[in-house]
Design a protein around this ligand. Structure first.
Ligand code: AMP
Length: 402
């Protein structure tokens, strides 16, 4: 028996899941939140129980120490030596990594170099990695990259129509994001289809961040996020695609720097900016259905149109589509937005949702379209941690037992 920990370090949070091998049994999962703030908290779920602990976590190092202490104090493990490996989610792997890798000094220095392209995320991942490495000197480590699944894009799909040297000299191109989720969901759909050789899938990862991808025969051929996770569809607080000329116009009109306006694009736009209510779709939904708030209605319609435009363009790229799959917080839990999106593409694609199935709550992967629908519509709960752990097991030759 051995344990593997999947680690997902965000800029101010540290999510983890501890797996028992063989068999991929999740023993405990949790999230250390508000790292670096005056008051932090940790949520730990194990044995069907949920505990919330208030504490202060000045850096990710204290977060890691807290997690390992919990594992010992709750008798989930008897000794830290039982943790054989750590799999870490890394947001940006640039062009260096088209799959997960076992960590060595060269890998670490490349991820360090890529901090410039993901300044909020890669440094946090590295702090998490170093803290686990120090606390668990005997463990082996694997990095799983959120950009890797999108490295199969053709050049004509990842290049911007800017001077070519900006790509060759400065690395300006589309990298995509949420790759672990797109990979997991598309593989689940392919299994659902009976593992055919040919398949055309559009995955809509709609969470606080959101991205759409086109997956042909298991390979990603296009995705909506770009050089950074700001582009593509509108999100909780991010604008998604906007005309680049709006930037200098706003700088002049608001007397702000480019960085300040970019902050508005990242933190004050999307659902929050359009609705003026919240970045959380639950608040917007409540304002719509309880108060008939018009801006909330507009937000939903704009959101659906943003997503359906990408679906339309990916149907063209794929030459058709077999399955449209929804995942992540909104994709898994918000039926009225799924219905609005499918409604937008129904006329062109002949796809129709079963209203009762769409409204049903479930944590299971499921079909929500009518049998007569020409395209299947599915909800597939994502599991990025499982992708990380599977890759860790495969790369380190750990017994899967399945
Ligand atoms: P994520 O980034 O995947 O955690 O998704 C967060 C988004 O999902 C927020 O806009 C939430 O409001 C939305 N959401 C709606 N319903 C739920 C739910 N039952 N559980 C989690 N997230 C939800």
């Amino acid at each position: 028996m051995s344990m593997i920990i999947a680690v997902n370090a965000g800029s101010s949070s540290l999510k983890f899941q501890l797996y028992k091998m063989p068999g991929y049994e999740v023993l405990v999962q949790g999230n250390v939140e508000r790292i670096g703030l005056e008051s932090g908290q940790a949520v730990i779920k194990y044995n069907g129980k949920k505990e919330v602990v208030q504490d202060v976590f000045p850096t990710h190092k204290e977060g890691v120490d807290f997690i390992l202490k919990v594992l010992l104090d709750y008798h989930i493990i008897a000794s830290l030596d039982e943790i054989e490996a750590c799999g870490h989610r890394i947001v940006h792997g640039g062009e260096y990594f088209n799959q997960s890798v076992v960590v060595d000094d060269d890998v670490v220095s490349k991820v360090e170099e890529l901090c410039e392209l993901a300044p909020l995320h890669n440094p946090a991942h590295l702090i998490g990695y170093h803290a686990f490495k120090e606390a668990l000197p005997h463990s082996r480590h694997v990095f799983a990259f959120d950009t890797a699944f999108h490295q199969t894009l053709d050049k004509e799909r990842y290049l911007y129509a800017l001077p070519y040297e900006y790509y060759t000299d400065l690395g300006v191109r589309k990298y995509g994001a949420h790759g672990l989720s797109h990979q997991y969901v598309s593989q689940q759909v392919i299994q659902h289809l009976g593992n055919p050789k040919r398949s055309r899938i559009i995955v809509c990862h709609l969470g606080n961040g959101a991205s759409i991808s086109a997956v042909e025969d298991g390979k990603c051929i296009d995705t909506s996020m770009g050089f950074t996770p700001l582009s593509g569809v509108m999100m909780g607080t991010r604008s998604g695609d906007v005309d680049p000329s709006i930037m200098p116009y706003l700088c002049k009109k608001l007397n702000k720097t480019a960085q300040e306006v970019l902050d508005i694009y990242n933190k004050k736009s999307g659902m929050l900016g359009v609705s003026g209510i919240s970045s959380d779709s639950r608040d917007v939904e409540q304002a719509l259905f309880k108060e008939g708030n018009e801006r909330a209605l507009l937000t939903g319609l704009l959101y659906a149109r943003n997503v359906s435009k990408y679906i339309g363009s990916y149907v063209m790229e794929l030459g058709g589509v077999d399955v449209i799959a929804f995942t992540a917080g909104i994709g898994e839990n918000v039926p009225y937005l799924r219905a609005l999106i499918i409604d937008d593409v129904a006329r062109a694609l002949g796809c129709h949702i079963d209203v009762a199935l769409n409204n049903q709550r479930s944590d299971e992967s499921r079909v929500i379209s009518l049998p007569s629908s020409q395209v299947e519509v599915m909800v597939v709960p994502t599991n990025e941690e499982l992708v990380i752990v599977r890759d860790t097991v495969r790369l380190l030759g750990i017994n899967e037992g399945e």
